[in-house]
Design a protein around this ligand. Structure first.
Ligand code: FMN
Length: 292
């Protein structure tokens, strides 16, 4: 794609003291690739611990890297730049990849004792902020992780969830940072909408998907236990809003399930499939805006 016809966007990549910071050069490479449909200008903000996991020689010239020292060097008198504020004004999107357990906890509690956390805390809420948790499975499994991720999502930030794989420490389990390709795709989708969902979508394009915890799926025939041939629920994510929804794939379904959608005090019941049996149907389920 010709560079002059591309969208121009400014991005901050925040890195923390997770070993997944080793992937920073790859993410930058993908974002600067001539095949990338957006022309990005990139600035990096690192914590002191993040510096341990990459060599600045692997970062292309023209990509500025900022750390805590820069923030303090820049300001000596009134009128001097305040780096964490200026970075936030400059950028169109902010991705914290990886977000380690320590920085996640700080962000979730409002602590801003370094450049990265100050930039995050001062981030304009109308602009997308994506975060990619990355930590050992044992840390990930601690209940505080889900609580803090939930808090960030509630504030409107977009989680790019951790994946399960063999971690650098040798343990296998969830907590690894999402693949760089996934992060790249999610960044693009902040500006370029993904293709429309399945034609079988239960959610019309005009409907707004809201929090998943407001959806109840009542399996009135004990679908999964008595019908092992039924495929399991696949969690999906709306890549634009970052909110989650579910896709159920039901094959040769002759036993309806009830779907309850809650809109504040109101509830709406839907039965699926509604009438006739279907061979194979995808249903995208999510809560929708209040019925008109
Ligand atoms: C080799 C090594 C790898 C680490 N990897 C991770 C990690 O993947 N996730 C994590 O939450 N902490 C990890 N840590 C611990 C963090 O570096 C530590 O909590 C640090 O204080 C984080 O600081 P920061 O959030 O300011 O970057 C690692 C530590 C070491 C020594």
């Amino acid at each position: 794609m010709n560079n002059s016809t591309k969208l121009n966007k400014n991005i901050i990549i925040g890195c923390t003291g997770s070993v997944a910071t080793v992937k920073l050069p790859l993410l930058i490479k993908m974002l600067l690739d001539c095949e990338c449909p957006i022309k990005f200008v990139i600035k990096i903000v690192v914590t002191e611990r993040a510096k341990h996991f990459f060599d600045s020689k692997d970062i292309p010239l023209g990509v500025q890297i900022f750390n805590d020292e820069d923030e303090w060097k820049m300001w000596s008198k009134r009128g001097d730049p305040v780096l964490h504020i200026d970075l936030g004004k400059w950028a169109d999107v902010f991705v914290i990849a990886p977000m380690d357990a320590n920085s996640l906890a700080k962000f979730a509690t409002g602590i801003c004792d370094n450049l990265l956390m100050c930039t995050a805390r001062a981030w304009e809420p109308t602009k997308p902020l994506l975060f990619c948790p990355a930590m050992n499975t044992k840390m990930y499994d601690h209940p505080v992780t889900a609580e803090q991720i939930g808090k960030l999502k509630k504030w409107g930030y977009i989680e790019i969830p951790s994946i399960s794989k063999e971690l650098v420490c040798g343990d296998t389990g969830v907590g690894a940072m999402a693949e760089v390709q996934t992060i790249y795709q999610q960044i693009l989708e902040c500006f370029i909408p993904p293709p429309p969902p399945s034609p079988h979508s239960l959610i019309r394009p005009s409907e707004k998907i809201v929090a998943i915890d407001e959806i109840q799926i009542e399996d009135n025939r004990d679908l999964k236990r008595n019908h092992p041939e039924q495929k399991d629920i696949v969690a999906e994510k709306n890549t634009i809003t970052g909110e989650e929804f579910y896709e159920h794939e039901i094959e040769k379904n002759d036993c309806p399930i009830n779907i309850t959608r809650s809109y504040g005090q109101q509830q709406q019941q839907t039965q699926f499939p509604s009438q006739s049996p279907v061979d194979s149907t995808n249903i995208y389920m999510g809560n929708t805006s209040a019925p008109q």
